[in-house]
Design a protein around this ligand. Structure first.
Ligand SMILES: Cc1ncc(COP(=O)(O)O)c(C=O)c1O
Length: 323
């Protein structure tokens, strides 16, 4: 295995943000730049995969087999990780008719991932016990990972984020985007008891996620809440306000965000600020969960994002970038 990518040593910068409204309210706002962990395997993907690939690294399994949509950040990160560390990857992709003009899948193929498109009906069985057992029979040497990497091992990887904050006073609030709930559950697991974890749900009508996160974390004294009203129309939906927000965050703070996850988190946070959710003197931490590769697919549908896309790709530098 290549030693170039040490999954245990990579960490992310912590950055203080200037928000006049927050400052007027006596709040401190920080962001954990997990998007900068690595140019190809970043954000929550890095954290969720960190322990999940151990059976491959220790030789118990030989390849990684997982599921995702055609623009999935998870598929992209798994393919990149296989390429960097030298193991085989296999993506089972939702939808039989995949375009040749898909930057996510083209990268994945370029990095050697085997791509198997399946029908939406078959994809709907991806969590069925029998379906998973038959796949495992078919691929006995594969480490199977669920969609989004939300396996039990993912939680510890995400919880480890707090180890990087040990030299800082604890935060009163931590805010992250929520898709499948794994990242939020990991943050709840790792957060100090006095920290409240807020999840900004990026899907519409996804109240079931509260129960899912509850199941993932089990019984806990920790305080957490999912906010369901900041989805801007639903998963991968992007309204004008969200596009403007992506541009503003980049121009004012030099932080790249994309409309599917991170911009919705910023939007939710700003609305929470206006609603007076936080108390004077509190410290707030936003988690940038990465996923910037997804901006390419979104820019194809929203040309207003194209200038942002080229700026972000040409100007972002990564602390751990390999030469
Ligand atoms: C960039 C990014 N941020 C946040 C999330 C949401 O994470 P989770 O699915 O663990 O809730 C995802 C989806 O997996 C993602 O790709």
């Amino acid at each position: 295995m290549s030693s170039k990518f040490n999954t245990l040593l990579l960490s992310s910068p912590l950055q203080k943000l200037t928000y006049s409204l927050a400052e007027q309210s006596g709040l401190e706002v920080w962001i954990k730049r997990d998007d900068l962990i690595h140019p190809l395997v970043s954000g929550n993907k890095f954290r969720k995969l960190k322990y999940a690939i151990e059976p491959i690294l220790n030789g118990e399994k030989k390849e990684l087999l997982t599921f995702g949509g055609a623009f999935s950040n998870h598929i992209h990160a798994c393919a990149a990780l296989g390429h960097l560390l030298g193991f085989a990857t296999h993506g089972i992709i939702r939808g039989l008719y995949l375009s040749d003009d898909n930057p996510t899948l083209n990268d994945a193929k370029h990095w050697g991932m085997a791509i198997t498109p399946i029908s939406k009906q078959e994809y709907a069985k991806r969590e069925d016990v029998d379906y998973i057992a038959s796949l495992q029979n078919q691929y006995p040497h594969a480490r199977l990972l669920p969609e989004g990497g939300t396996a039990p091992s993912a939680l510890q990887g995400v919880a480890d984020l707090f180890l990087e904050l040990q030299d800082h006073p604890p935060f009163d609030h931590v805010i992250c985007p929520v898709g499948s709930g794994g990242t939020m559950a990991g943050l709840i697991q790792g957060a100090p008891i006095q920290t409240k974890v807020h999840g900004i749900c990026v899907l519409k009508s996804a109240k079931y996620l509260t129960e899912k996160v509850q199941q993932l974390v089990g019984s806990t004294e920790k305080s957490w809440q999912i906010w369901h009203e900041f989805h801007h129309g639903g998963y991968a939906k992007c309204d004008e306000a969200l596009i403007q927000l992506c541009h503003r965050i980049w121009q004012k703070m030099n932080i790249p965000v994309e409309p599917i996850y991170s911009a919705k988190m910023f939007s939710g946070f700003e609305q929470m600020l206006h609603q007076g959710v936080f108390r004077k003197g509190q410290r707030i931490l936003l988690i940038h969960t990465g996923g910037m590769q997804g901006l390419r697919g979104m820019a194809k549908r929203n040309p207003d994002l194209e200038t942002l896309l080229s700026a972000v790709y040409s100007e972002t530098t990564y602390p751990h970038q390999e030469n």
